[in-house]
Design a protein around this ligand. Structure first.
Ligand SMILES: NC(=O)c1ccc[n+]([C@@H]2O[C@H](COP(=O)([O-])OP(=O)(O)OC[C@H]3O[C@@H](n4cnc5c(N)ncnc54)[C@H](OP(=O)(O)O)[C@@H]3O)[C@@H](O)[C@H]2O)c1
Length: 245
């Protein structure tokens, strides 16, 4: 496989972990589609950074919770790069909400974007990814912690892990691996928003490696799974978290 003729879709690539994954896969030789929801300027910055380094990238707006948008995302990739070899589903949202009836809106919103979004992206990946391709979905290591207020988010990400494992079995015979990557706390907007400096410092010390993850830490794990050395890992959840278990 020649990476320079391989293409990757990264959902939620305008910011945070998705952005770092897109930059890393481009550095590894992939042609990259930068998906975003509303932040066109940020997505274009990622495209410009990749092009400035000699890589190829395009930005495609698509709400991952909308079937027509997800179909258009894959059709645009086909048009831009002639096919799809790797799909990394990083787009996601998180708000804190206790398990209580007045949290139903937050629950619905997180399930809609995180779980319905994953279902739609994995479904299109199953249709489009070429033989020997890779599908990687972002889960979260907070599943093992069961912290108060994380109920809806954990429910959505537990669902993502289930979908990834099932799809690995459904794609038997096509040499396509499907895995999830579950980061611990990473200092992005999703993690930092609404937390006090004390909470952030405490979560930063929680892992035995005693720091928050960097988006690049997660991008390195995704690049391994997407690259030649990761091909024998299939149907797994890789908990990339510095020991935040
Ligand atoms: N940060 C952490 O500590 C952490 C830990 C464990 C797991 N994760 C998971 O890692 C993934 C990335 O998180 P992050 O920290 O990088 O988040 P982030 O910095 O908040 O970035 C979120 C990205 O998702 C996109 N997005 C949001 N809703 C979307 C939708 N409906 N359709 C398409 N794109 C959408 C955003 O696009 P716009 O810019 O256009 O809004 C943005 O590119 C998520 O799945 C998250 O659950 C994060």
């Amino acid at each position: 496989m020649n990476p320079s003729s391989r293409s990757a879709i990264v959902t939620g690539a305008s910011r945070g972990i998705g952005r770092a994954i897109a930059l890393r896969l481009a550095a590894d030789g992939f042609q990259v589609v930068i998906n975003y929801a509303g932040n066109a300027a940020k997505a274009q910055e990622v495209v410009a950074a990749i092009q400035a380094s000699g890589g190829q990238a395009v930005a495609v707006q698509a709400d991952v919770s909308q079937p027509d948008d997800v179909q258009r995302l894959f059709a645009s990739t086909q048009q831009a790069f002639g096919g799809v070899d790797v799909v990394v589903h990083s787009a996601g949202v998180m708000t804190m909400a206790p398990i209580a009836t007045d949290s139903l809106d937050a629950f619905d919103r997180m399930l809609h974007v995180n779980l319905r979004g994953a279902f739609l992206v994995l479904a299109e990946a199953a249709r489009h990814v070429r033989d020997a391709g890779r599908v990687i979905a972002l889960s979260s290591s907070v599943i093992a912690k069961s912290f108060p207020q994380y109920g809806p988010y954990i429910a959505s990400k537990a669902g993502v892990e289930g979908l990834a494992r099932v799809l690995a079995n459904e794609l038997r015979g096509r040499r396509i691996s499907v895995n999830a990557v579950a980061p611990g706390p990473v200092g992005t907007e999703l993690f930092l928003e609404g937390k006090s400096a004390e909470q952030i410092a405490q979560l930063g010390r929680a892992a035995p490696l005693e720091r928050l993850g960097e988006p690049e830490d997660i991008a390195a794990v995704v690049a391994f799974l997407a690259g030649p050395d990761g091909g024998w890992v299939n149907g797994q959840v890789v908990r990339a978290n510095g020991g935040f278990a």
